[in-house]
Design a protein around this ligand. Sequence first.
Ligand code: RB5
Length: 145
Amino acid sequence: MKIIIGCDHGGFELKEILKKYLTDKGYDVEDYGIHQYERVDYPDYAQKVGEAVAAGKAEQGILVCGTGIGMSIAANKVRGIRAALCGDCYSAAKAREHNNANILCLGGRVLGSGLAEQIVDAYLGASFLGSYHEERVRKIMALEK
Ligand code: RB5
């Protein structure tokens, strides 16, 4: 599975940890930055990663900022994106199973790396269940029109 990852300065440290974690697990990870610690505006990275995922350049995206909130708000403005801010494993799995999320947002100043890795595992290990969730997701996407 290909994953595009991005962050701002608040998420840089965790993004680096997750990039290595996922690469070591065999995922194809493309890093849209930041590539060194610098103060940037998170909407720029939410837009870059969101547009790439929406264009089909990767199956999933991961965005990390200080809280994950700014990234999730911004990424959800990109057409075709369903970004889920998750701070626990149950929500992460349900974001895929029920909401067919295509971007996981995490708070680098909120989560320890161990929990963040487990959340990522729960998210990537789950799949959309379809069925009656299809219609609900279709209604979400209809809100873009
Ligand atoms: C940056 O200081 C911080 O505002 C950002 O990383 C994020 O938490 C925004 O939601």
